[in-house]
Design a protein around this ligand. Structure first.
Ligand code: GDP
Length: 449
């Protein structure tokens, strides 16, 4: 076990007043601290009601003490949890006492980091801990819990095992040059590599869904002033977030809303109407709108149906990066009594609806869910992050490369591609990770977790 020399302590519950607050202590000095506090050793995993005293022997609080003996604890080290009453002062006094007894204050995520270092969980599971805490929907919670239980890590481990198997086979072939050609042209090997490609795709798909649940889809609403952008934001948000008037140019800054459609998180960004203006505030708003486009997953270009798709919209379309999906939404159909519609275009869809009356609204929300392959009902979803997707994409490229090399009979190059794939896959679970990456991940945790 990887045992850091020091003992850490922190308040593990949120600040404020409440029923129960927990001070958590982990590390090699737990036993010593327990002795000093209670003048005895507690039996592991048995709750005891005890007085918590300060250095002078005065009682600060009475509460439950729980001892978890290494390695059967969250961190894999000896852990002591003191459950007391929560007030702005009482828990801090208790923590102070623990620090006097030789612990030091834990950094953000340090308990979970120790759990990772002591092999209690892998990196994807550690990330799922934050995802669970931060989940803003029921689906998000369930997906994070599945990741925490190891569903995602399990898939990655299975892929890793198959990858290693194929790689070993090829490397063994390279060690016997006289039989190498036979080895490498073995149909069984080619089938295995092809199977691996299929499995990577399926894990990538699940991870993609998982990332959506966690990070959501970022959508920027663009269009000329008065097209109905703010009305669209308000309808999505289900409340009056942006000011709607008949006067063009009301939204001058960028407005953001975080909403869910059937559990799919969306970050909606309403922008200033895109028109040439002499007003410096409006100009700045337009500049900001374009900045948002650079970071978006999708653009909704809102068109006032009475005016149609004109030169203003054409110019906007030209400026949107070619790879970014764009949906063109003709709004205000109610004014003509037209029926809602939706049809596919090379970059997204073109749709007609009325934000005001809600006609055609379902077409838009269904399309947004479908556009990202979001299935609300998927039972086996797990949470995942952008970094996991990037790693899996690298794995896919390398394994495809290996497949190509094998067909060319270039065994050594195929083995190298597989080695790179294995390295990328190991980054997901943290078997292969830099200190920088660990620092970045755990610094996003709260103290006490
Ligand atoms: P923005 O400048 O693009 O943000 O547009 P707003 O959302 O402020 O809307 C401009 C005007 O169009 C307001 O008077 C809205 O009430 C009106 N409007 C927006 N959507 C519709 C719609 O679907 N039908 C009709 N009739 N009016 C709409």
């Amino acid at each position: 076990m990887n045992q850091p020399a020091d003992t850490i302590a922190a308040i593990a519950t949120p600040p404020g007043k409440g029923g129960i607050g927990i001070v958590r202590i982990s590390g090699p000095r737990v036993s010593e601290i327990m002795q000093a506090l209670f003048h005895k050793q507690l039996s592991p995993r048995r709750a005891e009601l005890l007085p918590f005293k300060n250095t002078a022997g005065e009682t600060l609080d009475r509460g439950i003490a729980l001892f978890f003996e290494a390695p059967h604890s969250y961190t894999g080290e000896d852990v002591l949890e003191l459950q007391g009453h929560v007030g702005p002062v009482v828990l801090n006094l208790l923590l102070q006492r623990i620090l006097e007894l030789g612990a030091r204050l834990a950094g953000p995520g340090e308990f979970t980091e120790r759990a990772f270092l002591n092999d209690k969980m892998d990196l994807a599971q550690a990330e799922a801990v934050i995802d669970l805490i931060e989940s803003s929907s029921e689906q998000g919670v369930k997906a994070a819990a599945r990741s925490l239980e190891g569903a995602f890590s399990g898939d990655v481990q299975r892929l890793l095992a198959k990858l290693k198997h194929v790689r070993m086979y090829i490397e063994a072939a390279l060690d016997f040059p006289e039989e190498e050609i036979d080895f490498l042209s073995d149909a069984h090997l080619h089938k295995n590599v092809a199977g691996l490609c299929g499995e990577i795709d399926s894990v990538l798909e699940s991870a993609h869904q998982g990332r959506l649940l966690k990070e959501g889809l970022s959508i920027v609403i663009l269009g000329r002033p008065n097209a109905g952008k703010s009305s669209l934001l308000n309808r999505l948000a289900g409340r009056d977030s942006a000011i709607v008037t008949e006067f063009p140019g009301t939204t001058r800054d960028v407005l953001r809303e975080h909403i869910h459609i059937d559990g799919l998180p969306l970050h909606i960004i309403d922008t200033a109407g895109l028109r040439d203006s002499d007003d410096p505030i409006e100009q700045e708003g337009v500049k900001r709108a374009w900045k948002e486009v650079e970071k978006a997953d999708r653009v909704l270009l809102l068109v006032d149906n009475r005016l149609g798709l004109g030169p203003v919209e054409e110019r906007i379309l030209e400026r949107i990066p070619a790879m970014l999906p764009v949906d063109i939404i003709h709004n205000k159909l109610d004014l003509h009594g037209e029926k809602p519609f939706l049809s596919k275009t090379p970059r997204g869809v073109v749709a007609g609806l009325s934000v005001k009356t809600g006609e055609g609204w379902q077409l838009l929300t269904d399309h947004l869910k479908k556009s990202v392959g979001y299935e609300q009902t998927a039972e086996n979803q797990y949470s995942a992050r952008r970094r996991h997707i990037e790693a899996l994409k690298t794995v896919k490229i390398c394994v495809n490369g290996a497949q190509q090399r094998l067909m060319e009979g270039a065994g050594e190059l195929a083995a190298e591609e597989l080695r790179l794939a294995q390295e990328a896959l190991s980054r997901v679970t943290g078997e292969f990770s830099s200190d920088d990456l660990l620092g970045e991940i755990f610094s996003n945790f709260c103290i006490g977790k």
